[in-house]
Design a protein around this ligand. Structure first.
Ligand code: ATP
Ligand code: MG
Length: 464
C-alpha cells in the first residue's frame, strides 16, 4: 500500500420504521366482543320471553277448555233429568248419574288453576256453589218426578241458577280470551322488537368484522413493509460492516508494511552510517595505539583500552539492534536458517524450558513477505512463551502440509483462554493479520493449565 486510506464516513441515520397501531385493533376486538355478548344476552332473553308467552297461552287454552267442559257437563245433566222426567225411561238418567264425578273433576281443575285475578277466583268458588245448588235442584226434581216447568212457567229457580252459571262461565271465558289476546299481542310486539334488535346488532357485528378485516389487512401490509425495511436496513449495515472491515484490514496491512519498511530503513542506516562511523573510530583508535611511541602510550594505555572496549560494545549493540530490526540470515540464507538462529538472538532470551526445533532440511525460495511474516510470527510466539508460559518444553516446527506451509509454536506452559484476550494486546492479533494478508489462517489452541499451540498455515503453491 502506498497511501493512507480515506477516513471512514459516518453511517447515515437509520430510517424511521412505521409502527403498527395495536390500540385500534384492540378497540375493534373489544367492541366486537361487547356486541357479540349483547347479541347473545338479547337472544337468550327473546327465547325466555317467547317460552313464557307460549306457556301462558297453553295454560289459558286449558282453562278455556275446562270452562267449556263445565258448561257442557252441566247442560248434559239437565237434559238427562229433563228426558227422564218426560219419558220416565231410566236410560235418560245415565248422563246425570255419571256426570257428577266429571263435574267435580272439572271444577277441581278450575280451582287448582293459577288465577291471578282475585275476582275471577271468587267467581270460580261461587260457580261451585251454584253448581252444587243446581245439582240439588235436579235431584229434588227426580225425587218429585215433576219437571219444574210444569209448575212454574218461567222455569223456576233451576233455570235462574242455570242462567247464572252460564253467565258466570261466559264472563270467565271472555276474560280468559281477553288475556289470551293480550298475551299474543305482547308476544307479537316483542317479536317485532327482537327483529329490530337482531337487525341492528347483526349489522353492527358485521360492520365491526369488516373493520377488523380492513385493520388486519392493513397491519399485515405494514408488517410486510417493516420486514422489507428491516431487510434493506440489515443489508445496508452488512455492506457497511463489510466495507469498514475491508478498510480496517487494509489500514492494518498498510501499517504492518510501513512498520517493516521503516525497520528496514532504520536497520540500513544504522548498519551503513553508524556502523561505518564506529568502525572508522575503532580503526583510528587502533592506529593511534599502534603509532604512538611506547613511552608516550604507557600513561594513556588504560584509557585507550577502555575506548576500544566501548567502541566494541557500541558495534555489538548496533549489530543487535540491526538484527532485531532486520532479521539476519533471512534474506541471505532463507527462513529455515533464520528460524534455526532465532533462539540464539538475544531478542527471545531465556524461556526457561527445553526448546525443540523441527525444521525441514531445505525449502524452496519463499517470497520475502511470506518469509518475513512467518519469521515475525515465530518471533512473537516465542516471546509470548518466554513472558507468560512458564513452560518446561517448547517446540518450534515448520513443515509442508499438502499445498500449505505450516508453522507451529507449542508449549506445555500455563496456557490461557483465547476468547478473553485484552484490547491492548496486539501480538496475537498481529500474527492473525499477517497470516490473513497471505490468505492463510491462524489457529490458537489453548486453555488455562493446558499449554498453548499456535499454528499458522499459509498457501504454499502460490509462492512458486
Ligand atoms: N504461550 C502463552 N502462554 C500463556 N499465555 C499466553 C501465551 N501467549 C499469549 N498468552 C496470553 O495471551 C495474551 C495476549 O498475547 P499478545 O501477544 O496478543 O499480547 P501481549 O503479549 O500481552 O502484548 P503485546 O504482544 O502486544 O506486547 C497475553 O497477555 C498472555 O496472557
Ligand atoms: Mg505478545
Amino acid at each position: 500500500m502506498d497511501s493512507m486510506p480515506e477516513p471512514l464516513p459516518l453511517p447515515p441515520a437509520p430510517s424511521r420504521l412505521p409502527r403498527p397501531r395495536a390500540g385500534l385493533l384492540i378497540a375493534v376486538l373489544l367492541l366486537s366482543f361487547v356486541l357479540g355478548l349483547a347479541w347473545l344476552v338479547a337472544g337468550q332473553w327473546q327465547t325466555e320471553s317467547s317460552r313464557a308467552a307460549l306457556e301462558d297461552l297453553r295454560a289459558r287454552s286449558v282453562r278455556l277448555h275446562h270452562l267449556d267442559t263445565l258448561l257442557l257437563q252441566m247442560l248434559d245433566a239437565e237434559s238427562s233429568v229433563r228426558g227422564y222426567l218426560l219419558t220416565r225411561n231410566p236410560v235418560y238418567l245415565r248422563p246425570y248419574q255419571e256426570g257428577q264425578a266429571g263435574l267435580e273433576a272439572t271444577l277441581g281443575a278450575l280451582r287448582a288453576d293459577a288465577w291471578t285475578d282475585e275476582g275471577q277466583r271468587e267467581t270460580v268458588d261461587h260457580l261451585a256453589l251454584l253448581i252444587d245448588m243446581r245439582w240439588s235442584l235436579l235431584t229434588q226434581a227426580i225425587e218429585r218426578g215433576v219437571p219444574p216447568t210444569a209448575v212454574q212457567p218461567d222455569g223456576g229457580t233451576g233455570k235462574q241458577v242455570t242462567d247464572d252459571i252460564r253467565a258466570r262461565i261466559l264472563t270467565l271465558r271472555a276474560a280468559t280470551q281477553a288475556e289470551i289476546d293480550a298475551t299474543q299481542d305482547g308476544a307479537f310486539a316483542r317479536f317485532a322488537d327482537a327483529r329490530t334488535m337482531n337487525r341492528v346488532l347483526g349489522a353492527s357485528v358485521l360492520a365491526l368484522l369488516l373493520v377488523l378485516v380492513v385493520v388486519l389487512y392493513r397491519q399485515d401490509r405494514l408488517r410486510e413493509r417493516m420486514a422489507q425495511l428491516l431487510h434493506s436496513e440489515n443489508e445496508r449495515l452488512h455492506t457497511e460492516v463489510a466495507h469498514r472491515t475491508q478498510e480496517l484490514s487494509s489500514l492494518a496491512s498498510y501499517l504492518t508494511n510501513a512498520r517493516e519498511a521503516e525497520k528496514a530503513r532504520l536497520a540500513r542506516e544504522l548498519h551503513d552510517e553508524l556502523g561505518a562511523l564506529l568502525t572508522a573510530a575503532k580503526l583510528d583508535a587502533g592506529w593511534i595505539v599502534r603509532t604512538l611511541p611506547a613511552d608516550s602510550l604507557a600513561p594513556l594505555r588504560g584509557r585507550f583500552d577502555r575506548l576500544l572496549d566501548t567502541l566494541n560494545q557500541g558495534i555489538a549493540l548496533k549489530r543487535k539492534v540491526v538484527a532485531d530490526l532486520r532479521p539476519p540470515l533471512l534474506s541471505e540464507l532463507g527462513l529455515v536458517e533464520a528460524l534455526r538462529a532465532l533462539p540464539d538472538s538475544g531478542d527471545i532470551g531465556e524461556h526457561g524450558g527445553a526448546l525443540e526445533i523441527d525444521l525441514p532440511e531445505s525449502l524452496p525460495e519463499l517470497p520475502p513477505p511470506t518469509a518475513l511474516a512467518l519469521y515475525r510470527i515465530a518471533q512473537e510466539a516465542l516471546t509470548n512463551v518466554r513472558r507468560y508460559a512458564q513452560a518446561t518444553r517448547v517446540r518450534l516446527r515448520l513443515r509442508i502440509e499438502g499445498d500449505e506451509l505450516e508453522l507451529t509454536v507449542e508449549d506445555n506452559g500455563v496456557g490461557f483462554d483465547p476468547a478473553a484476550r485484552g484490547d491492548d494486546r496486539h501480538g496475537l492479533a498481529g500474527m492473525a493479520h499477517r497470516v490473513q494478508m497471505l490468505a492463510g489462517r491462524l489457529d490458537i489452541d489453548s486453555a488455562p493449565g493446558q499449554g498453548t499451540r499456535i499454528t499458522a498455515r499459509v498457501p504454499f503453491a502460490r509462492m512458486h
